[in-house]
Design a protein around this ligand. Structure first.
Ligand SMILES: [Zn+2]
Length: 187
């Protein structure tokens, strides 16, 4: 929780999926990159989000509905935390796929740094388009954030060294398949 709140020094603006969801990615990243936690802790932390999102009653609510009702119901609050975290993880995988660079999070955060105090989705998409294919980026943003569709987590889009499997209850689950490759995401 402390690491998450420190992250808000930088991520504190814009639609909730960014300052809360991306800050959850930042939290998991920071705990591992600083040496406070093992890379496997990132998987543990992300799996709480994946299970929480899967079982959320508003799992497929469009973003405008969730942003508007954020304060009405705790399930809308957590929806945006976990959806944003899942989206950040997804984009990190796409970035690695397109560039071959396993530490995707640092360049992604550096790309948004210039407007982090005045964040908008439009500026975000423009900045991310400098890092990955724009058509793909806009399609995924529409599908996973605006429309609230389930994340596909296609194997070819995942960060290296991990897989997404299904729990018995159907919820997606991040499994580390190659600890050495997975650790490179935090170097
Ligand atoms: Zn927060």
């Amino acid at each position: 929780m402390f690491t998450h709140e420190v992250g808000h020094k930088w991520l504190n603006n814009g639609p909730v999926w960014f300052p809360e969801g991306f800050n959850e990615m930042q939290t998991g990243y920071q705990l591992v990159a600083s040496g406070l936690a093992d890379p496997s802790y990132f998987a543990t932390y992300f799996n709480i989000a994946l299970a929480g999102l899967y079982h959320n009653p508003y799992r497929n609510a469009p973003d405008d509905e969730a942003e508007e009702k954020f304060w009405n119901d705790g399930d809308y609050i957590w929806l945006l935390y976990w959806r944003g975290f899942s989206y950040a993880f997804h984009l990190a995988g796409v970035y690695e796929k397109e560039t071959g660079e396993p530490n995707a999070w640092k360049p992604m955060m550096e790309a948004v740094k210039p407007f982090v105090d005045d964040f908008t989705a439009e500026k975000f998409l423009d900045a991310m388009a400098g890092l990955m294919d724009r058509d793909r980026l806009e399609k995924d943003y529409r599908r996973y954030i605006l429309e609230g569709k389930d994340f596909d987590f296609f194997a070819e889009d995942l960060p290296s060294g991990c897989a997404i499997t299904r729990r018995e209850d159907g919820a997606p689950q991040l499994v580390i398949t190659d600890p050495a490759a997975f650790a490179l995401h935090f170097k």
